[in-house]
Design a protein around this ligand. Structure first.
Ligand code: ADP
Ligand code: LRH
Length: 470
């Protein structure tokens, strides 16, 4: 058996097919990367799901034969299949506005306390539960979350991997089974929710036509198919005293726990209890993340990220900061204009150059990280001595240093491709090559380049900035 594994990892800003080799330690190479993003058609925001599928096949062809394949992606979004297994309509992007007001309506009908007690999930307007209630479900026989949909197209086998199912709002946080009574109470058709599968479980071999197209065949395995579950599985932590920030399009900031926290305080702070690998709980909150920066760059055609980050480091500290989680920042659109409005609304002068905007975004994001990490520790009682910052944001040296300074904790940055690593390590474990979560993490720690940032001691200035924003 070869010791090569392929990770199909779909992020909101790019997808990639990564190739891991565990013959001697753990090496990871990129077989194929392709852009991803929302597509607006007739006023609705979609993913280009077929384009993504085509790129996945191109990536697998480029990767060459492997022992197995795992698929992960962003959470909450789905495709609906009819009785024959055909896709009913194009999957809608979670930033689409069709769910406006739905969360409030559901809370009014069912009770916010009850929802939290059942699912343990933070309220985000785009949780699957709200999307399903905003959609037309007639003719739908099966609901497949995005990685499960890709897995279905690759193998013909339908199912719902549990870490991602935990982001729907319809999974029981205690039993990790579908919350059937809530589903029925909401009037959703219980039959569309497929059987749950666990990370490591085999889906089946590639369909013959798929194997013919990519030129080889291999089984597909369920992994932590929620990208954040895979990222947290690959955090290079040595013990339990760590916090993490999975920092890409979103920053997912929190701690790992053995069980959920379902207290009124936790609900009030909008903390989530998402399912992690091996029964762990990802206790975290979404922070708006590098979306803020991505959307600024889109507004400045021809700008260069590296140059802007270098210039931002030289800008005046704390000239303007915003709460990164203001709902106004969620949809696509002119981000600099929205940041400027938010500055004016809070009595601050808007930034006056792209570099000053970037400085504002990075400081604001570090403040969001600080609040989420501190609240995660307070609400769970879990102490952290270090913050592991993984994902593409770990390449952003300014953000890593700001995060260490704002939080007053050392930040260990990397790996940037933690999600792909978590994906392949669950496959390698299923193949008997790795023992458990601890060994997976130490393999990452020893094999991947990491960088440590110490807090610089400017705590007072960050306290003052935080008081301005929250
Ligand atoms: P996602 O999986 O959500 O698409 P990623 O984890 O791939 O996100 O992270 C993408 C982000 O990482 C980019 O928006 C960018 O801000 C940041 N990033 C990527 N490469 C670099 C780099 N070389 N320097 C600084 N930031 C980077
Ligand atoms: C990050 C992520 C996050 C979800 C969001 C929809 O990619 O999966 O964990 O909240 O996308």
């Amino acid at each position: 058996m070869s010791r090569r594994f392929a990770a199909v990892d779909l992020g909101a800003s790019s997808g990639r097919v990564m190739l891991a080799d565990l013959s001697d330690g753990l090496s990871l190479t990129e077989a194929h990367r392709f852009p991803n993003g929302p597509v607006r058609v007739a006023g609705r925001l979609y993913w280009d799901i077929l384009g993504l599928y085509r790129e996945i096949l191109a990536g697998l062809r480029a990767a060459g034969p492997v022992s197995s394949i795992g698929v992960d992606s962003w959470a909450v979004d789905y495709g609906l299949l009819d009785e024959s297994g055909a896709l009913l309509g194009n999957p809608v992007h979670y930033r689409d506005d069709r769910t406006r007001g739905v969360a409030e309506r559901v809370a009014g009908a069912v009770g916010a306390e009850r929802l939290y007690d059942v699912s343990g999930l933070q309220v985000l307007p785009f949780n699957t539960i709200y999307q399903l209630l905003a959609d037309r479900l007639d003719g739908a026989a099966t609901m497949l979350l995005v990685p499960d949909l890709i897995g279905y197209w690759l193998t013909g086998e339908a199912g719902a991997e549990v870490t991602n199912a935990s982001t729907t709002g319809l999974l029981d946080v205690r039993t990790r089974s579908w919350a059937t009574s809530l589903i029925e109470e909401l009037g959703l058709p219980a039959g569309i929710f497929p059987p749950l599968r666990q990370p490591g479980e085999a889906l089946g071999g590639l369909r013959r036509d798929v194997a013919a197209e990519i030129g080889w065949s291999a089984p597909v395995r369920a992994v932590g198919s929620h990208d954040t579950a895979s990222a947290v599985a690959a955090v290079p932590a040595a013990g339990p005293a760590f916090a993490y920030i999975s920092c890409g399009t979103w920053s997912l900031a929190g701690v790992e726990l053995p069980g959920p926290v379902l207290t009124p305080e936790s609900r009030a702070a909008n903390f989530t209890n998402e399912a992690g690998i091996d029964g762990t709980v990802r206790y975290l909150r979404n922070v708006m993340g590098l979306w803020l920066l991505q959307e600024c760059l889109r507004a400045w055609p021809g700008s260069d990220l590296g140059e802007l980050l270098a210039a931002a480091a030289g800008e005046k500290p704390f000239a303007a900061v915003v709460n990164p989680d203001e709902p106004v920042f969620l949809p696509p659109g002119d981000m600099p204009a929205r940041i400027a409005d938010e500055c004016r609304r809070t009595g601050q002068l808007p930034p006056s150059s792209p570099a000053a905007y970037v400085r504002c975004v990075l400081e604001s994001l570090a403040l969001g990280h600080r609040l989420a990490v501190r609240q995660a520790m307070e609400l769970s009682g879990r102490e952290a001595e270090v913050i592991h910052l993984v994902g593409g944001g770990s390449r952003n040296e300014v953000l890593c240093q700001f995060t260490a300074d704002a939080c007053g904790l050392p930040v260990v940055a990397g790996p940037a491709e933690a999600t792909a690593l978590g994906n392949v390590l669950v496959q390698a474990r299923a193949a008997g090559l790795v023992a458990g979560l601890e060994e997976m993490r130490s393999l990452v720690a020893y094999s991947q380049p990491l960088r440590r940032y110490e807090p610089s001691g400017a705590a007072g200035a960050w306290d003052e900035a935080a008081a301005r924003v929250f």
